[in-house]
Design a protein around this ligand. Sequence first.
Ligand SMILES: *Cc1c(COP(=O)(O)O)cnc(C)c1O
Length: 369
Amino acid sequence: MLEETGIRPYMNAHDTYTVYGGSRMGRDALEAMKEISEIFVDMYEVQRILGKKIAALTKNEGAYITNGAAGGLMLAAAVCMAKGSMYRYRKFPDTGNGPDEAILLHCQHNAYDKAIESSGARIIEIGDSDETREYELEEAIGDKTAAVFYFVSSLYERASMPLEKVIKIAHGKEIPVVVDAAAQLPPVENFWKFTEMGADLVIFSGGKTLCGPQDSGVILGRRDLIEDCIRFGAPSHGICRSCKASKEAMAGLYAAIKAYVEKDQEKEYQRLYSMAIQVKTELDGVCGIKAAIREKGPVGQSYPRTFLDLPFHISAEKLKESMRKRHIYIGLEQGNTIYISPLNLKQHELETVIETLKNCLMESQEETL
Ligand SMILES: *Cc1c(COP(=O)(O)O)cnc(C)c1O
């Protein structure tokens, strides 16, 4: 197919991005998808059976499979606004005079909160870029509040209120807390960490580190709310009908989660770490590069990446562009720095990335001489 259509393969030394096609699906996921693709099913039954299995694997009360973390945000918002009423749900995005406010920390405002609004919810921001104060959350909660949404990311930590505190205040007023942890794997413990803290619903993307179908995601959490996800979510009619997950995506995600939870996490970390070391060893000192390993992903996940500080006469942006022209995506960091993430690379691809990077470096070195 690739040859016939002319679709060109890229290597991903950057990170798991939808625009690059997400991640590489695992064998287990692909096999599960193929197997279920050949039969007809009862979709509600598939959702319940796989949901129960995923809940057990992730140590949660319940699980609902959706078409991605963004679709999960939309459904979670709808469920919190409907409060069990199918009548109200079917009218969304017209929320009438029901509770339709989604409270969000201003410092966590990001590209994905449109998914909350797409349900008909209105976002009420609290706090500022420096700080979020307890009284702001306390006073923002009122009759119109449907839920508090919390985006977990190391990028927002400084100005955020800790999740535990948000949960305590929201629960004091009987308001559910929905956590977007879409990219928060590894560590695998995050599957249960936030719900153990008391979060009511927690959302993960299936198409990132889980290596499930790119168009899959899961909502984990409270049994009664997951029951409403099943009632209101696709294939039911209503706004979330456009967040439909196919039986193939559902089976693929289940198989991916199972494989991920059963994987030897320590061994996987060591595999990635040795790749990070290889990049450091082979590039440190080349053309004046300073290489260092950081043991965190871009939003605080626990995996290593190698950062390469470039000398001032080599532009990081131009280097990234030269690599892209050679069909390799690399990461860009502030301060004329690039990074290589091993997360989506196979060993033989890593060799190619390092070789190509050396060639590009030599080229830009020559250009400036
Ligand atoms: C990636 C991401 C999403 C969207 O995930 P999809 O599964 O692609 O819909 C939502 N929220 C956050 C914080 C993300 O990182």
